[in-house]
Ligand binder design. Structure first.
Ligand SMILES: C[S@@+](CC[C@H](N)C(=O)[O-])C[C@H]1O[C@@H](n2cnc3c(N)ncnc32)[C@H](O)[C@@H]1O
Length: 314
């Protein structure tokens, strides 16, 4: 072989020899790379991190795939929601139902504040909010006389407490359900230095509870301290409907869009959905784009009341 190759190279013209050497080198590297890759591929065993199987045991039976039908993952249909909302439960049972199902039957206000928190919480009648006492609240509460209000985005409770005060003045039996994960948003602590923090956990929820206690509104305000998405879907499944739904949580388009769509589904016939910051520039006017698109899709009209948008369901 050596002689043959030797002869072969001798047969080539001297001008071709450097060219062949030039191309042979990368080709050799490529073949080496290919060989390494193939060896690696062949030696890969997917169950190498699971418990070792004895050599005699049969190959593991994979479970049947849960989804047995093809899904068109390229189909982008944001309006397709499959969960069916339950029939509405009576408004007078809403609070009890939620306390039982969310809090094991014990109101979050019971024995509040716990001794270790009592000294750290502020007892003040000045609660920070944004547009929380705007005329829209009184206008809508007088008009709708709601039994149930769902507020999506509560923070320290300024708008919820204001609504509770209004319903008290009007002698209404209203429950205000405050949906908020009480986590604020990344970086919010810099602006709210006086909210206590323990082990990295800001006591937004505790301070909210304290504010409701300070205003003596524990009977008409109930926190629902979970994410808006999961809560609104659960309300729909449990038949918890509202006469008024206020949207004031995430102000980017996707958050506002999701909250408005989910909030609208739990609106009683004749109910009103409304929200803050129709004019804010956040996320390239994300709230406004979500509201306008929603109204367009459902052929509804957007009304403006101060800084708020308002959509009447009928
Ligand atoms: C602008 S503040 C609400 C202000 C309140 N309505 C007022 O007027 O005082 C927004 C609140 O939404 C909450 N939030 C934001 N995204 C949320 C989500 N996906 N689920 C639950 N709460 C959320 C934050 O924790 C924050 O407390």
């Amino acid at each position: 072989m050596k002689t043959e190759n030797h002869h072969a190279s001798r047969r080539l013209s001297p001008s071709l020899q450097p060219k062949i050497i030039k191309t042979a080198k990368p080709a050799a590297y490529f073949i080496l790379l290919l060989l390494t890759y193939s060896l690696g591929y062949l030696s890969y065993h997917p169950s190498s991190t699971s418990l070792p199987l004895s050599h005699s045991s049969p190959p593991p039976q994979l479970p049947e795939p849960v989804i047995g039908f093809p899904i068109n993952t390229t189909e982008l249909n944001p309006f397709r929601i499959t969960t069916r909302c339950a029939d509405p439960i009576p408004p007078e049972t809403v609070r009890r139902t939620l306390v039982d199902r969310l809090f094991n039957g014990t109101s979050p206000f019971e024995n509040f504040p716990p001794p270790h928190a009592a000294e750290k919480l502020r007892r003040t009648k000045r609660v920070k909010g944004w547009g929380s006492t705007g005329a829209v609240f009184e206008n809508l509460i007088r008009r709708v006389r709601p039994r149930t209000v769902v507020e999506v985005g509560t923070f320290l409770g300024a708008s919820a407490i204001h609504m509770a005060e209004l319903t008290r003045q009007l002698d209404l039996q209203t429950q205000i359900l405050c949906v908020d994960d009480f986590r604020g948003w990344a970086g919010f602590k810099e602006r709210f230095m006086n909210i206590p923090m323990e082990n990295g956990d800001v006591w937004l929820f505790y301070q909210f509870l304290q504010n409701v206690v300070t205003f003596n509104q524990t009977g008409s305000v109930l926190p629902v301290p979970f994410s808006s998405g999961s809560t609104l879907m659960l309300f729909c499944e449990w038949g918890v409907y509202a006469d008024l739904v206020e949207i004031d949580a995430g102000h980017d388009f996707l958050s506002a869009w999701a909250d408005i769509n989910r909030g609208f589904r739990i609106l009683r016939p004749g109910g009103v959905i409304f929200g803050h910051d129709y004019f804010t520039a956040a996320d390239n006017r994300g709230v406004r784009r979500a509201v306008d698109l929603f109204a367009k899709v459902h052929n509804l009209k957007v009304n403006v009341d101060g800084q708020h948008w308002v959509i009447y369901s009928s």
